[in-house]
Design a protein around this ligand. Structure first.
Ligand SMILES: [Zn+2]
Length: 403
């Protein structure tokens, strides 16, 4: 049996144009795009009536085990049962998918509950995006370990990093996440402007990943940490807040992607309860760095760095399912065009995952992952928050086009 997504304006991310096309789907993948499909008896037909269709969106930076409703990120699961974390993560995965994210990269889970969620999604038990998981993130000894005891794997020195990286792979990690610098949503005793892992330690992580056909994702705010991540051969730099032109030029030269996660602060501010309850040291840091961060994402882009989309959904007020707000931030805050934001959220993100053959555009042979809107978000980017249709692997998981 075939499925047809009929009557949509289909966006071509390579040519940056819409074309009126019917999409023929079989076995979860796109067979072809045609002017006028001819469904056979028994084919399933989804009429989308001129809806604006994009490839399913890819969020490269989520934490589905993190409860975004908690204003204080200092160990939000203290005293909770392990099962509560898994159930929250499963629900967060579903909300993420319903929000138009058909693929997500989980860059720091909690005691591997997110790997269980990935497994349940892949087995068809629950709904969620295609998930790629880091397991626990690798970190030096730092005060923030107490904030996220289920998320951090402490490893100091290259040998310990190797062991910690191998442990994540043994737990089913798809890639390795490392903390190249301090974090923002962190203990008051941590400084995001300071490096954490040294170049030597980062290289140890990259070596283990490469030996296992995997790659490394580096959290980096501090300029020196961004440089180290690029030099070590990390595939993506997350946040990238305090870089300079030289650091971004190095990233561009080495083909390192930047996942800026620009919506963290605006998402927090939009939730009054979270904003009021956020610890003062984090609130102040957020406000201090937000403009610099957006300006530097713009500088990175102008310097030739490929930007890929990531929200950091999981930080306080950065709710699972509201992921498309990052495209608004990209356009309104860092000077990207709407077309560039779509590429960052589809093709570039698919390349960063090393999965361009399956993901990132609406083309024959790729997964039939589609997101649809009633009004074109390219014309007004805010419309991207009004997702009405989500198709994952040819299965309609949401259709509110007529609601
Ligand atoms: Zn994060």
């Amino acid at each position: 049996m075939r499925t047809w997504v009929r009557g949509g304006q289909v966006y071509d991310v390579h040519e940056a144009v819409y074309r009126r096309r019917d999409i023929e789907v079989a076995d979860g993948r796109i067979v072809r795009l045609v002017d006028q499909g001819r469904p056979l008896a028994g084919d399933a037909v989804i009429d989308v009536d001129g809806a604006w269709l994009w490839p399913g969106l890819i969020d490269l930076h989520v934490h589905i085990t993190m409860p975004t409703e908690a204003a204080n990120p200092d160990n939000p699961w203290r005293g909770r049962l392990p099962g509560e974390i898994a159930i929250y993560a499963a629900k967060a995965a579903e909300r993420t998918l319903m929000g138009g994210i058909t693929t997500a990269r989980e860059v720091g889970g909690w005691d591997y509950h997110e790997i269980a969620v990935r497994s349940a999604i892949n087995r068809g038990l629950i709904k969620g995006p295609r998930l790629f998981c880091a397991g626990r993130l690798l970190s030096i000894t730092t005060a923030t370990v107490d904030y996220y005891p289920g998320m951090y794997e402490v490893a100091d020195g290259p040998e310990a990093v190797r062991v910690a990286a191998r442990k994540q792979l043994a737990h089913g990690a798809d890639f390795i996440k490392v903390m190249a610098t301090g974090a923002m949503t962190a203990s008051e005793y941590e400084d995001a402007r300071a490096i954490q892992y040294t170049l030597e330690e980062l290289k140890a992580a990259v070596a283990v990943a490469t030996e296992n056909y995997k790659y490394v994702v580096a959290h980096a705010h501090a300029c020196a940490g961004i440089r180290n991540a690029a030099l070590a051969g990390c595939r993506t730099v997350e946040h990238g807040s305090f870089g300079d032109e030289e650091a971004y030029a190095l990233m561009a030269e080495r083909g390192t992607y930047l996942v800026p996660t620009l919506c963290v602060v605006s998402a927090m501010l939009a939730d009054n309860q979270v904003s009021a309850g956020l610890p003062a040291h984090i609130h102040n840091r957020y406000l201090d760095f937000d403009d610099i961060h957006a300006e530097n994402a713009s500088l990175a882009r102008r310097t030739g760095v490929t930007i890929a989309m990531g929200t950091d959904a999981g930080t306080p007020g950065n709710h699972h399912g509201d992921n498309t707000q990052e495209l608004v931030s990209m356009v309104r805050r860092s000077g990207m065009s709407a077309r560039e934001a779509v590429v960052a959220s589809t093709l570039s993100a698919a390349r960063a995952l090393g999965r361009e053959a399956d993901l990132g555009s609406l083309a024959a042979g790729k997964f039939a992952d589609v997101v649809g809107f009633r009004e074109d978000p390219i014309a007004t980017i805010e419309r991207v928050r009004d997702v009405r249709l989500v198709v994952k692997g040819g299965e309609v998981v949401r259709n509110d086009l007529r609601a």
